[in-house]
Design a protein around this ligand. Structure first.
Ligand code: SAJ
Length: 415
């Protein structure tokens, strides 16, 4: 049986909404569930409450054809896809409370035969934890049909799409599908086949959980290498971007790019789930996190060195998002650097530039010495220009504006 008669997608955020929309665009009846009125109302109007290329057209089409709707209550469905946040708590252990709340809302709707897919990035064991929660509450159901109790299937299918390319990568990225049972993995594969044109790899749930964490830790460790090189290069008085460009001429060397730190809700978070599960063994992964988390302080130190030369410095910070050409400020080192600059330099005027947002987030709006402005205005008024995000608008900046400014280019855009 293919579990596609009605799919409920729990969590209509950066992953849940694109997944709901692509399923609905491929002829599957989808009910989206979210705790936020803003998200539910936006989706029911056929709108998207955040920026993601091509998503709006999928949502508008699916809603107008009656294939996608949104609500706050969890309905009965043949398949549930859980795509809620997994932040970390104090001590960096994963906070499973959103997964647990989603699970608790599914439990009373189960009749037997359903497939429950956990898509949220999760620490090892989370899918089993979810299944145990369901089966403890519903002793009339089972994982395998034992004692004639109807089956509920559980699988972990981590999302692996890159923000900014979600609608493309949902179709073109291979997927890892980890079932608590083989039957569960096969059921989930049948569902993803509806829209995914790439290969679907079946495994067990814990391996699937670890694969996702491993991918993001791989990237974090490699970015940490680049960030450490940038600190070393500064000390030696050489240009790190030239150093990396030249080293990458070697056929087996491919170093990533340094920056002001690592942001977003994925790479800056997921490695901690491995560290928290196996603290004594995950030494390199922990150190990489620490190197990347310390990079904003390195940038703040460089700005301070220049700012101390002025009585009332005007500092332009270019970019607030966590990476280029998006409006996502989550865990953004650029946002954090701008905020700390304003707090540590009350005598300074901070001109923040973020072409992808219309107003400052609350964390900056509450500070007296920060204003949001455009690139040209910020640079022309600034004594110190700090480039934090390689947005396309900054790449095209007229270099003549930068003459006689103290420039700190954390991304190597203006080399
Ligand atoms: N960054 C650098 N230097 C680089 C590359 C990235 O400093 O050379 C920084 C970015 O500026 C940003 C952070 O790293 O602050 C993360 O950006 P990213 O574009 O590397 O990744 P995310 O967080 O947007 O998406 C990642 C992706 N994972 C991998 O590439 C292994 C994506 O495929 C995942 O689906 C996503 O995490 C997720 O949801 O887990």
């Amino acid at each position: 049986m293919v579990h596609t008669s009605t799919v409920a997608v729990i969590g209509l955020g950066y992953i849940g909404l694109p997944t709901a929309a692509i399923l609905a665009s491929n002829g599957v009846k989808v009910i989206g569930v979210d705790v936020s009125d803003l998200h539910v109302d936006a989706v029911n109007r056929g709108e998207v409450p955040f920026i993601e290329p091509d998503l709006a057209i999928h949502v508008a089409g699916a809603v107008s054809q009656g294939m996608l709707s949104a609500q706050k209550n969890t309905p009965q469905a043949s398949t549930y896809i859980v795509a809620v946040p997994t932040p970390f708590k104090d001590g960096y252990a994963a906070d499973l409370s959103y997964i647990e709340a989603a699970t608790d809302a599914i439990i009373p709707q189960l009749r037997g035969g359903e497939l429950i897919i956990l898509e949220s990035t999760s620490p090892p064991g989370a899918t089993e934890h979810m299944a145990k929660r369901v089966l403890d509450a519903r002793t009339d159901l089972s994982l395998d049909g034992s004692e004639d109790r109807p089956i509920v299937h559980f699988a972990h299918c981590p999302e692996r799409v890159l923000p900014g390319r979600v609608m493309i990568e949902l179709v073109t990225n291979d997927r890892i599908i980890g079932g608590l049972t083989t039957a569960a993995a096969e059921q989930a594969r049948d569902l993803y086949q509806v829209f995914c044109g790439a290969e679907l790899h079946l495994t067990d749930a814990t391996t699937a959980e670890m694969a996702k964490l491993t991918e993001n830790s791989f990237r974090d460790v490699n970015i940490a290498f680049a960030n450490e090189l940038s600190v070393i290069a500064d000390k030696l008085g050489i240009d790190v971007f030239e150093l990396i460009e030249l080293s990458n001429k070697h056929p087996r060397v491919n170093i990533l790019q340094p920056g002001p730190g690592v942001g977003g809700h994925c790479i800056a978070v997921d490695p901690w789930f491995i560290v928290s599960a196996v603290p004594d063994e995950a030494r390199l992964i922990r150190t990489a996190r620490e190197v990347n988390d310390n990079k904003p302080e390195v940038v703040l130190g460089k700005v301070k060195e220049r700012a101390d030369r002025f009585k009332n410095p005007v500092i332009a910070t270019l970019g607030l998002a966590f990476k280029p050409d998006i409006d996502d400020l989550r865990e953004s080192p650029a946002l954090m650097i701008t905020k700390k600059l304003a707090e540590r330099h009350p005598e300074a005027t901070i001109l923040a530039v973020e072409p992808n947002i219309a107003e400052l987030p609350d964390s900056l709006a509450s500070l007296d010495n920060v204003t949001l402005t455009d690139t040209e205005d910020a640079i022309s008024r600034a004594d110190i220009v700090v480039l934090l995000v390689d947005h396309k608008e900054f790449k095209n900046t007229d270099r003549a504006l930068l003459i006689e400014k103290a420039v700190i280019d954390t991304r190597g855009v203006w080399r």
